[in-house]
Design a protein around this ligand. Structure first.
Ligand code: FMN
Length: 352
C-alpha cells in the first residue's frame, strides 16, 4: 500500500470522502472553462471519476471534459455542503493534474471496484471506458468541515454507510461518540430491557492488549484450519493494524442477567437469541449514527470467539459477555472494495 504524504489534511480528506457529488472544472488549451457535476471516489491518493454509460451522443473519450484534459491536464474539483443554516456551509477545492487510466489494466479494474463500492448504481454498468484520475496538488477549504450536523435523508445514510477498515489519524470528537452511543440506547430490545454494555477503548496499550488476546485465539483457529504460516501471519498483521489504526473501539457486550428466566432450555434459548438480535440492532444504530455524523465504522466479530479472554484482558465485570467490536473513526479514503448485494427477489418470499 502506498503511503505518500497527502496534500489534503485529515479534515479535508474526511469531508471529501463523505461527499457523493463533486463539480469538476476543466479548461481547453485556450482557457475556455467547462464545469460539470461528477460522481467520484478517493483512494487516499487519487480522485477517480468514471465515464459511465448514461445516454450521451458522443463516445466517452469525445466528451468535452476528456478532450480538455488531453489538451490541458490542469483541473479543479470542488465538493461542498449547503444548508439554510449558514454555520454548516463548507467546501474543499482540490487543484491538480488529471490523466486517464486505460481499460483492461489492473489499475482500471481496482478503480472500478472502488467506484462500484461507493455507488451501487455502477454495478449494472459495464464501465469499459477510461477513468479520469486526478492527482491533488493544491487544496483550499473553508467552513465547517468538521460539523456533526447531518443534512442527508435517512435512505442516503442507509445506502451510503459502508464498512471501513482503514482510518485517518484523526480523533473522534467526544460529542460524536456521545451521539453514537445515544443512538445505540434507542435500539429496540426484548421487554425494553436494553441488556447491553458498551466498552470504549481509546488508549493504545489497551488496544494492544485486546488485539493480542484476540490475535492469539485467531492464530489457534487459523492453524487448526490448516492455513499456511504465511497466511496466518498476514491475516493477523492485518487485523492488528486495523485495531491499532482505529481511533476508537467500541466493544458491545450482552448482560444476560437482565433477561427473563424460564424453567425450560428452549424458551431460555429464545430469550438469549432476542438479546443477541437486539445487540445487532444497537450495533446498526451506531453504524448509521456514526455515518450520519461524518464518521465511519467497521464491525469485527472476533470477541464472539473468545469472550472470556476479552473480558479478562479488559478487566470487565463477569456478568458482561463480549459479542462484537466496532471500530470508529474517519475513513482514510473510500474503501477499496465493497460487496454488492443480492437482488430483492432472492431475499423476499411472498405468501399471500
Ligand atoms: C455480525 C457481523 C460480523 C462481522 N464481522 C466482520 C469481521 O470480523 N471483519 C470484517 O472485516 N467485517 C466484518 N463484518 C462486516 C461485513 O463484512 C460487511 O458488513 C459486509 O461485507 C458488507 O459490507 P458493508 O458493511 O461495507 O456494506 C461483520 C458484519 C456483521 C453483521
Amino acid at each position: 500500500m502506498k503511503t505518500e504524504p497527502s496534500v489534503l489534511t485529515s479534515e479535508q480528506t474526511s469531508f471529501l470522502v463523505r461527499q457523493r457529488v463533486a463539480r469538476l472544472a476543466t479548461a481547453s488549451a485556450s482557457g475556455e472553462p467547462h464545469v460539470i457535476p461528477v460522481c467520484f471516489a478517493f483512494d487516499g491518493r487519487l480522485i477517480h471519476i468514471a465515464l459511465d454509460e448514461k445516454p450521451k451522443n458522443v463516445s466517452p473519450t469525445r466528451l468535452k471534459r476528456v478532450r480538455n484534459i488531453l489538451e490541458n491536464p490542469n483541473v479543479a474539483l470542488i465538493v461542498d455542503r449547503y444548508s439554510e443554516d449558514w454555520d454548516l456551509l463548507a467546501y474543499v477545492m482540490v487543484r491538480g493534474r488529471a490523466g486517464l487510466i486505460e481499460p483492461r489494466t489492473e489499475e482500471h479494474a481496482a478503480t472500478i471496484r472502488l467506484l462500484r463500492g461507493k455507488y451501487h448504481q455502477y454495478e449494472r454498468m459495464r464501465l469499459e471506458a477510461p477513468v479520469i484520475s486526478i492527482r491533488p496538488e493544491r487544496v483550499a477549504s473553508w467552513g465547517a468541515l468538521d460539523s456533526l450536523e447531518s443534512v442527508e435523508p435517512v435512505m442516503d445514510v442507509l445506502l451510503g454507510r459502508r464498512s471501513v477498515r482503514r482510518y485517518l489519524d484523526k480523533e473522534v470528537p467526544e460529542e460524536a461518540v456521545e451521539r453514537v452511543l445515544e443512538a445505540a440506547r434507542w435500539a429496540p430490545s426484548p421487554h425494553g430491557r436494553q441488556p447491553w454494555s458498551f466498552v470504549i477503548v481509546t488508549r493504545r496499550e489497551t488496544k494492544e492488549r485486546l488485539a493480542d488476546t484476540m490475535g492469539e485465539e485467531w492464530r489457534t483457529n487459523l492453524e487448526m484450519d490448516g492455513q499456511s504460516a504465511e497466511v496466518v501471519e498476514k491475516r493477523l498483521e492485518g487485523s492488528q493494524r486495523r485495531l491499532l489504526g482505529a481511533p476508537m473501539l467500541v466493544l458491545l457486550c450482552l448482560c444476560l442477567e437482565d433477561l427473563d428466566v424460564y424453567p425450560d432450555a428452549e424458551r431460555q434459548h429464545g430469550e438469549t437469541m432476542m438479546a443477541v438480535q437486539s445487540l445487532g440492532a444497537a450495533a446498526q444504530n451506531m453504524l448509521l449514527a456514526a455515518y450520519s455524523l461524518g464518521l465511519d465504522a467497521g464491525w469485527m466479530c472476533a470477541p464472539l470467539f473468545c469472550p472470556d479472554k476479552v473480558s479478562a484482558a479488559l478487566g470487565l465485570d463477569p456478568k458482561l459477555t463480549p459479542h462484537a467490536l466496532l471500530t470508529l473513526g474517519y475513513a482514510h479514503g473510500d474503501p477499496p472494495k465493497r460487496r454488492s448485494r443480492k437482488p430483492l427477489d432472492e431475499l423476499v418470499v411472498y405468501r399471500d
